[in-house]
Write a new protein. Structure first.
Length: 162
């Protein structure tokens, strides 16, 4: 079952990419007391994720912060080393928090996993964006079509934040 607006995020352990290397972090601790724009995507360096989804969140960082957002975080079913390389390659270092969900535990707990086994990619995350306040989902946008980052994109969720 997919997580719904008003529900708390599942407390699973993710891996935060930091300048000092990967650090395990419990979801309840990462999201506690903060307003965070979270977006999930199928994978680092994949075409839509790389060219259309991530760049919008980098470009709109100041606008999110002006609306009271404490942090922008992304999650993908990749290991933290791949996400660190992607953060560096895209200029997202220091702007977006990268949360590795290498075994899709978080994606599955959210009910937002996507089986791309037929494409050779295994289980991944569905593309989505969410506004999370103190660990509670306030807004959720799940992309209905693969290969598109419109409903889950930065511009759309930015419009939804008062």
């Amino acid at each position: 079952m997919t997580i719904a607006v008003g529900e708390s995020l599942p407390n699973v352990t993710l891996t935060l990419v930091t300048p000092d290397g990967p650090k395990p972090v419990a979801a309840k601790d990462y999201f506690a007391g903060k307003t965070i724009v979270l977006f999930g995507l199928p994978g680092a360096f994949t075409p839509t994720c790389h060219k259309n989804h991530l760049p919008g969140f980098i470009a709109h960082e100041a606008a999110f912060k002006a609306k009271g957002v404490d942090a922008i975080a992304m999650t993908a079913v990749n290991d933290p080393f791949v996400l660190a390389a992607w953060a560096g390659a895209t200029g997202a270092d220091g702007h977006i928090d990268f949360l590795a969900d290498g075994s899709a535990v978080f994606a599955k707990a959210l009910g937002l996993e996507l089986d791309l086994t037929e494409r050779g990619m295994g289980v991944r995350s569905t593309r989505y964006s969410a506004l999370v306040e103190d660990g509670v989902v306030k807004t959720l946008n799940v992309e209905p079509q693969p290969g598109v980052a419109d409903l889950s994109g930065a511009a759309h969720i930015l419009e939804q934040i008062p």
